[in-house]
Design a protein around this ligand. Structure first.
Ligand SMILES: NC(=O)c1ccc[n+]([C@@H]2O[C@H](COP(=O)([O-])OP(=O)(O)OC[C@H]3O[C@@H](n4cnc5c(N)ncnc54)[C@H](OP(=O)(O)O)[C@@H]3O)[C@@H](O)[C@H]2O)c1
Length: 285
């Protein structure tokens, strides 16, 4: 089986590379943006024509949430047009598309976990363009899995965990927002789930489980509580202060609450999801 992975230098792309050796039966084609620019339809077509993948995992995205507010065209080009291009070539080559989306498609006004049926209503450009990407895929090619995830961290690339660890090495005290609630997601756990979806789909080609799925680790916390655990697990002593969102203004408005309901992915794919703290500890170990 051939799986083509876009955006292979990003944190999810690298996490997939990290677990790839566990699946000797799969030929992974890891494509960095320098080789496969998803905004270039002809380049996508050429790659698919050459490798004829059965599955494509699109981890490529414009992920700079705040910068997107001043670069909306670029965010739209990558997150919406890029996703549409991949859906088009997937349709041409009968390739199943796994696309990653985000909790930031929601406005955060709900008080209970978001299900796949809840109305998306993003508060910022990044979430808006990711929503456009989802819609473009849904309108173009039915053989898709759109996985919405949240607060992704890993040893690779840029993420909140690495930022906290860096800041702790530079400062004695730190203030972190404690009124935005979500769930951290270990990128290696997410990568493993993506492969599980592919293997299940490949074994049951007539099952037709296509559609949107939520996935994060279990549980919920604020960014402050996430930072607290990162420091506790790494035995870092720092004066950590909780602050409200108003004390840390950012160009993009973020959802106050974006916990994802994961019943659907657990039921359909029989996935056991680890608690975020256990997963964070294992990641550190
Ligand atoms: N990080 C999070 O907290 C989070 C939360 C929810 C959802 N997600 C979603 O999860 C997915 C993976 O995120 P991530 O954290 O792994 O992102 P990331 O670390 O920012 O990586 C994004 C990758 O996309 C590539 N890319 C950008 N423009 C491209 C283009 N035109 N063509 C091909 N590749 C391109 C980048 O390559 P270059 O560096 O070479 O440009 C990079 O390798 C994304 O869909 C993201 O929206 C992430």
């Amino acid at each position: 089986m051939v799986i083509l992975v876009t955006g292979s230098t990003g944190q999810l792309g690298q996490s997939l590379q990290y677990i790839a050796h566990q699946y000797p039966e799969i030929d992974f084609l890891f494509c960095p943006s320098s080789e496969l620019d998803i905004t270039n339809l002809e380049q996508c077509r050429a790659a698919f024509s050459k490798y004829k993948p059965q599955y494509c995992i699109n981890t490529a995205a414009y992920t700079a949430v705040d910068k997107a507010e001043i670069e909306p065209q670029k965010a739209h080009l990558i997150n919406a047009i890029g996703a549409k291009n991949l859906a088009e070539v997937c349709k041409e080559f009968n390739t199943v598309l796994l696309h990653i989306s985000t909790d930031f498609v929601f406005d955060g006004n709900k008080k209970s976990p978001y299900t796949e049926e809840d109305l998306a209503n993003s508060t910022g450009v990044y979430g808006q363009t990711k929503m456009e990407g989802e819609i473009a895929i849904q309108q173009t090619w039915e053989k898709h899995f759109i996985i919405r995830t949240s607060w992704v961290y890993s040893q690779f690339g840029n993420n909140f965990m690495k930022t906290m660890l860096r800041l702790a090495s530079e400062r004695d005290s730190l203030s972190v927002v404690n009124d935005q609630i979500g769930t951290p997601t270990n990128a290696v756990d997410l990568a493993t789930v993506l492969i599980k979806i592919i293997l299940t789909d490949n074994q049951q080609p007539t099952a037709d489980n296509f559609g949107i799925y939520n996935y994060s680790n279990e549980g919920q916390c604020s960014w402050y509580e996430f930072a607290q655990k990162i420091f506790e697990i790494n035995n870092i002593r720092i004066n950590l202060q909780p602050i409200p969102t108003s004390g840390f203004p950012t160009p993009a408005k973020r959802p106050k609450f974006s916990v994802l309901d994961k019943r659907k992915i657990k039921e359909v794919f029989g996935i056991n999801i680890q608690d975020w703290i256990t997963s964070l500890k294992e990641h550190q170990g």
